[in-house]
Design a protein around this ligand. Structure first.
Ligand code: ATP
Ligand code: MG
Length: 564
């Protein structure tokens, strides 16, 4: 079980559990579950639920099951199951062998449905889907009873068996709970609990042609697994009476308490599997693990750490009212974690050649440079230095405005880990006028980074030695969507995708220590941000890095610009 090294969180769910502990409602036991439907990859909203369920189990010395809630054959696949297992594991949680599938309970669920029929609490209804909807009524109008509501137990039993045996077409009959068509809660107006659906299920194949509805399968799966606290999102609040009704009618001893909390919403992205499937399907992204996606797979590929995600989930806490969390908070958690542990290295994204005229042509030296200013345990590496360097194009300006303190003609700056250099000349492309090479002199007395005569410089810039450096592709990411709440805007949400969410730069130059950088390893490129070796596209001969996050929060600034 993942260790979260911070004070034990407290919230309304834990308050409820504390109360249950006091009253011995569940004999001092806490058993939770995380129940994803394998019809897509997990996103950061699911991570909130994972952290909550596994976190509560750990805190109370209980257990948390991983359950595939696979009762709808359409769209469910083994690939999604595998991805869920991989992601929950990666987040740092352990279900200790308790991986369950609702589809394994089909026979048992069927028997429960038969029990309801035999007690006159469920009936086969042969209205069409439209008719059922019309009969249901509205918030202000009561529902109307189906003319099939009073079928005999024998007839219902017979029809339900024949539904299972495949005698009827899809949609011709359903099994409904016999509750109350005038209930003020629409959910309780004889909800459908089984339907006929001929579709191939990724685990049970064509064995079944009837499938239980979520409301029926979920509470019973919870009860079968002896879950004590069934934590779900707020949209199921109205379904709680149905959850309880089913378990009560079947007189099941294991009757979990359903508790609802507000789902996570994050700005500048979408957290809905259906929308994410659409983006993958349309090719708006490269796949579920596209580093711009709010999926766990995307975040892992981008370089986010499980620690940062867990920390984020803990910080946002759980509440009963919906809110839109700022993406900046998630990035802050990522930065905070990487600041502690990422080795610092030098890399140049947009190289500009710089020649040190008074540095001997055949000379080279090495700076022994620590990987982390505060953490000597990370060790050090040698950074080669020579006459020709690359610096960041934006660290030089021929005609700098007042507040530009970096390199410019006649200006002296410090090179990270080394000498002071002074710009003495520039070479330009005769056609475009663009500066293509900067010429400098260096002061050999300043190798320590300081001048013996005490003179100061205003800036320190990063660099790499041209001949020693290694080439790399770097991908920079910006907001996924142009607007904070794409689902709140008019029309198709994909209209609001940010066309500049990905920028590829393919001529970057990195210090040679990065040559064999392992896929998935993370670094701070000084002054530029945190970067991760892309686990898929990178190879020793062709390095590819993703920017995980810049060094400072640029979200506020960007929003400000947009509002102008
Ligand atoms: P989506 O709306 O993305 O399709 P879902 O609720 O249909 O999600 P499930 O696979 O059923 O997806 O979700 C598994 C668990 O994760 C459920 O208990 C659900 O309540 C929880 N969950 C899903 N989305 C969020 C979210 N944004 N915030 C918190 N919990 C979530
Ligand atoms: Mg769901």
């Amino acid at each position: 079980m993942a260790q979260i090294n911070s004070p034990t969180p407290s919230d309304f769910i834990r308050d409820i559990i504390d109360e249950h502990m006091k009253t011995s409602r569940f004999h001092g036991c806490v058993a939770t579950r995380f129940p994803p439907e394998p019809n897509g990859y997990l996103h950061i909203g699911h991570a909130k639920s994972v952290c909550l369920n596994f976190g509560i189990a750990a805190q109370y010395g209980g257990t948390c099951n991983l359950r595939m809630d696979d009762t709808d054959p359409s769209g469910e696949t083994q690939e999604y199951v595998d991805s869920i297992i991989r992601d929950v594991k990666w987040l740092g949680f352990d279900w200790e062998g308790r991986l369950y599938y609702a589809s394994d309970y089909y026979e048992q669920l069927y028997q429960y449905a038969v029990q309801l029929i035999k007690e006159g609490k469920a009936y086969v209804c042969s209205l069409s889907a439209d008719e059922i909807r019309e009969h249901r009524g509205t918030l202000t109008e009561p529902g109307k009873e189906s003319l099939y509501r009073n079928r005999s137990i024998e007839e219902n039993f017979d029809l339900f068996n024949r539904m299972r045996a495949g005698e009827f077409e899809d949609g011709t009959h359903v099994l409904r709970a016999r509750i109350d068509m005038v209930s003020p809660n629409i959910v309780m107006r004889d909800p459908v609990i089984y339907r006929i659906k001929r579709a191939h299920h990724y685990r049970t194949g064509t064995k079944w042609c009837i499938y239980p509805m979520y409301d029926f399968a979920h509470c019973l799966s919870d009860s079968i697994e002896k879950i004590t606290h069934s934590i779900c999102t707020l949209e199921f609040e109205n379904n709680r009476p149905l959850y309880d009704w089913i378990l009560d009618q079947l007189k099941l001893d294991a009757h979990p308490q359903q508790i609802e909390f507000a789902r996570l919403n994050l700005n500048y992205t979408v957290l809905s599997k259906r929308r994410l499937i659409e983006l993958v399907g349309k090719g708006s992204v490269t796949g579920w693990d596209d580093p711009r996606m709010p999926t766990i797979a995307g975040m892992r590929r981008r370089g986010y750490t499980p620690e940062a995600i867990r920390n984020f989930c803990e910080r946002i806490g759980v509440a009963k009212n919906d809110s839109l969390i700022d993406m900046a908070l998630l990035e802050h958690c990522v930065r905070e974690d990487l600041n502690e542990r990422a080795p610092r290295v030098l890399g140049v994204l947009r190289p500009l050649r710089l020649v040190i005229d008074n540095y001997p042509e055949d000379q080279a030296e090495e700076f022994d440079s620590p990987y982390h200013p505060q953490n000597p345990e990370l060790g050090s590496r040698k950074v080669p230095f020579s006459r020709t360097l690359y610096i960041e194009r934006e660290d030089f300006m021929e005609n700098p405005p007042k507040k530009f303190y970096r390199l410019a003609p006649g200006r002296e700056v410090r090179l990270r880990y080394g000498y002071f250099i002074k710009c003495v000349d520039v070479l330009k492309d005769p056609k475009t006028g663009e500066v293509v090479e900067v010429h400098c002199t260096y002061d050999p007395e300043t190798r320590s980074g300081f001048a013996p005569d005490g003179r100061k410089v205003d800036a320190t810039i990063h660099w790499v030695s041209a001949e020693h450096s290694v080439p790399a592709e770097v991908r920079l990411y910006d907001r996924f969507f142009k607007v904070a709440n794409p689902m709140g805007e008019e029309g198709d949400f994909t209209k609001y995708l940010n066309p500049k969410s990905l920028e590829r730069i393919d001529s970057c130059r990195l210090e040679p220590s990065l040559k064999g950088a392992a896929p998935g390893s993370r670094y701070q490129f000084e002054r530029l941000g945190y970067f991760c070796v892309d686990p898929i596209d990178s190879s020793p001969g062709k390095l590819a890095f993703n920017r995980i996050v810049p060094l400072r929060d640029s979200w506020g600034k960007m929003t400000g610009q947009e509002n102008k």
